[in-house]
Design a protein around this ligand. Structure first.
Ligand code: AMP
Ligand code: MN
Ligand code: MN
Ligand code: MN
Length: 276
């Protein structure tokens, strides 16, 4: 059975490997089909595609869009998108444009909390001039000795209620799905178990996602417990949504689950790759 990994990041967003190195690592690890899904970005796809052509791996053109639903940040994967689609490209550019100002606000907020120069520090970790993320602040905070480990830094500094968190509005859910569809892709709600929503709100989100044309949910993610995998498989069946699987790999030393290291999808769900 082919091994799919439909969620991974490169240096074109907040991953540690270049697109070519990511593809090589996936191929060595036995991944048959890999999606490069950089945050709000398509610029790594040509390098990844060229590397994949030199191997037996199939590259899926993807991206992970930042969305605001109510007051929650969501991530929506676009899979098998046409990277030349103008409306998707414009939409992503609009999302990215908000990141620079947000990063300055994060820096100012950390400075108020006694951590100076965090914006400049985060910039040292940025690997694409087009994109700065909280991950770059996290790497700075660890390197500067404010936190010992990456796993603690978000909880202590970068989530709501902590000094490095600022409010920000990303794309609307419906427009993100529309951009993905305009590009001929499938819209998959990434790691739904990660969102801080009540069970009722989560059901409303899933229904709204489906009604807005969403195609699938990421049932298998390292963010999910075994119980959540079962739960989201049930939701997928109930709503007629497909199921996806992805490691959300960011790089050696930063991800517990390596490329392709996902169990098979639970029985009874329709894989998002069914008709590929
Ligand atoms: P941003 O899009 O700038 O808000 O950054 C989000 C990124 O931060 C995610 O894609 C993850 O790579 C990373 N991230 C968010 N929460 C955590 C966490 N609890 N632990 C590790 N990385 C996280
Ligand atoms: Mn990330
Ligand atoms: Mn994500
Ligand atoms: Mn991701």
């Amino acid at each position: 059975m082919a091994r799919y990994d439909l969620h991974a990041h490169s240096t074109h967003s907040d991953g540690l490997l270049t697109p070519a190195a990511l593809v090589r690592r996936a191929a060595v690890r036995g991944v048959d089909v890999l999606a490069l899904t950089d945050h709000d970005e398509l610029s790594g796809l040509s390098e990844a595609r060229a590397e994949a052509e030199a191997s037996r791996l199939t590259l899926v053109a993807g991206t992970e869009l930042s969305v605001t639903w109510r007051d929650i940040t969501l991530h929506v994967l676009g899979l098998r998108i046409d990277a030349d689609c103008p409306s998707l490209r414009d939409g992503l550019a609009k999302i990215r444009a908000g990141r620079a100002d947000r990063a300055r606000r994060i820096g100012a907020s950390l400075a108020d909390a006694g951590i100076p120069d965090a914006y400049e520090g985060a910039l040292q970790f940025v690997t694409s001039e087009r994109l700065i993320s909280r991950t770059h602040f996290a790497r700075f905070l660890v390197e500067a000795g404010h936190v010992r480990e990456m796993r603690d830094v978000f909880r202590r500094y970068l989530v709501r209620g902590k000094p490095g968190h600022v409010d920000h509005r990303w794309a609307e859910l419906a427009e993100a799905i529309d951009w993905i569809h305009a590009a001929g892709g499938q819209a998959v709600l990434a790691h739904p178990g990660r969102y801080k929503a009540s069970p009722a709100a989560l059901r409303e989100l899933l229904a709204e996602f489906r009604d807005a044309g969403g195609d699938g949910i990421e049932v298998l993610s390292p963010s999910h417990t075994a119980a959540q995998v079962t739960d989201f498989a049930c939701h997928a069946r109930r709503l007629g949504l497909a199921a996806s699987s992805g490691s959300d790999y960011h790089g050696p030393g930063e991800s517990y689950v390596d490329l392709g290291d996902m169990p098979p999808l639970p029985c009874g769900v329709t894989p998002v790759w069914q008709d590929w």
